[in-house]
Design a protein around this ligand. Structure first.
Ligand SMILES: *Cc1c(COP(=O)(O)O)cnc(C)c1O
Length: 462
């Protein structure tokens, strides 16, 4: 070791010295003695390693500052809020659907105290935790019954384990794929103990292919909405009605995994029609599967809607207990569903407010942002996406604020600065420019956003 390194190591303060500084005392107050001692040790170890490989010895102030940063970073609630300016509405990495005000309030109300989750307040006896959600889903989809579990992957796993274990499930080769959320249909089937029978080809499958594959061991015919890609050109798939017809004739149930849980017609916004649960139920599907936190606009959940008898079997399987949802999710889910009953989803459910936001409103916000940040950018045309395994390739016309990259900086550096700011702002980069899309930014976040951007642009130029 060089003499310089040895001197550097000797210059490092002890843990006790660090703890004696006034700022450390505040940290001990805010967290705990043991917590800060442990961070101080880690920080000193890191400093020693750096010194031995030629680095300089940090000052006491620098060490304490680093410990403080570490504590803040490690012990803030996670996940913590970010502003989504990416223009991707259902952004899986950013927690998918934001909840409505009413759904948020419902979560907080039951979180802070007790709730009638499993008590029937009229009789004082045990009540079903699913009852209210079930009646809402039935009303909205026309299904006889429903169950909600942790997510759609769990819903598929639970239903197939209950109804298809050690039996065969027939799927088109074009749909035995990896879909939203990294769910692989062959793996879900395998995990459930069901055997996948693939029929047809990647681009074309006929009803006769399904019919030929049915044996006495067939548990179900499964349709999967290929929600994150499209196959175009020479393609063919039987309709869900054709499959229901075949299923009825041969006594085999038809399951439809539609993914997004879109209860409103997307074609009114110029988008391709997304499969809707009520349409599948009315076509006669025996079970329909969808997520709670995609275009439904609620909390993470997986909903199975369908026939009473099948749902009863699924609900009674021991696995149902392992994948059930908690009181907070149930509260958010029912509050979200009520928006659809009241026909106010376009106004109240954030994902639908974003999908239906008029271009003029988006442009007005982008212009207001531009003004607030001292005109350091320009407004350009762009496209927002629905995302999250819904409407693949479908985009909505939008207006974007394209930020001017400060001299000597880069779009990547600016993006990183915004991501690590407070609050973090996530945009997207195109052609070496950082773009911010007002569509996915909640209107009440406009001010925070412009402040964060002004700060980042300011720092970039200094
Ligand atoms: C998103 C998606 C899933 C996975 O749903 P999670 O709720 O994320 O588990 C499954 N199937 C389809 C078709 C999807 O789009």
């Amino acid at each position: 070791m060089s003499a310089r390194s040895e001197n550097g190591l000797r210059a490092l303060p002890s843990v006790n010295r660090i703890l004696e500084s006034p700022q450390s005392k505040e940290l001990v107050q805010a967290y705990s003695h043991n917590a800060i001692v442990s961070l101080a040790r880690d920080q000193l170890q890191e400093a020693r390693t750096a010194i031995v490989s030629g680095g300089v010895s940090p000052s006491l102030e620098q060490l304490v500052e680093a410990i403080s940063r570490r504590a803040r970073d490690l012990w803030r609630p996670r996940p913590s809020p970010v502003i989504n300016a990416t223009g991707v509405i259902v952004h899986t990495n950013l927690g998918r659907a934001p909840l409505s005000e009413e759904a948020t309030r419902a979560v907080v109300d039951v979180a802070v105290g007790y709730a009638d989750l499993e008590m029937d307040l009229t009789s004082g006896g045990r009540g079903g935790r699913d009852a209210a959600m079930r009646s809402l889903v039935c009303q909205l989809t026309g299904a006889e019954s429903a169950i909600a579990v942790n997510n759609n992957a769990a819903a598929l796993h639970l239903a197939l384990t209950t109804l298809a274990k050690d039996r065969e499930v027939v799927v088109s080769r074009g749909e035995a794929v990896e879909i939203g959320g990294g769910v692989r249909i062959p793996e879900v089937l395998g995990q459930s103990g069901a055997r996948l029978v693939e029929v047809g080809t990647t681009n074309r499958t006929y009803i006769a292919d399904f019919e030929d594959a049915i044996t006495e061991n067939t548990a179900a015919l499964l349709r999967v909405h290929t929600s994150n890609f499209t196959v175009s050109g020479f393609t063919s798939m039987p309709t869900i009605e054709d499959m229901v017809d075949l299923g009825r004739r041969r006594g085999v149930p038809v399951f439809h995994n539609i993914g997004s849980g879109c209860l409103l017609d997307t074609s009114q916004f110029g988008l391709t029609p997304e499969p809707m649960p009520q349409a599948s139920i009315s076509a006669g599907a025996d079970l329909v599967f969808f997520s709670g936190d995609k275009l439904l606009g609620g909390p993470q959940a997986g909903i199975i809607a369908g026939g009473e008898e099948l749902i009863r079997l699924i609900s009674r399987h021991p696995l149902a207990r392992a994948v059930r949802i908690d009181k907070m999710t149930m509260a958010a889910l029912t509050a979200t569903l009520v928006h659809y009953v009241k026909e106010e989803a376009l106004d109240k459910v954030p994902v639908w407010r974003m999908v239906s936001m008029p271009l003029g409103d988006i442009e007005a916000r982008a212009s207001a942002w531009l003004l607030k940040i001292g005109n350091r950018g320009e407004i350009i045309d762009g496209r927002s996406t629905v995302g999250g395994g819904s409407l693949p390739g479908e985009t909505l016309a939008t207006k974007l604020l394209a930020l001017s990259t400060p001299q000597g900086s880069s779009a990547d550096a600016l993006a990183a600065q915004l991501r690590t700011g407070d609050p973090p702002v996530v945009g997207r980069i195109d052609e070496d420019r950082l773009l911010l899309d007002p569509r996915t930014v909640l209107p009440e976040q406009d001010e925070e956003l412009t402040r964060a951007v002004a700060r980042a642009l300011g720092e970039g130029t200094s």
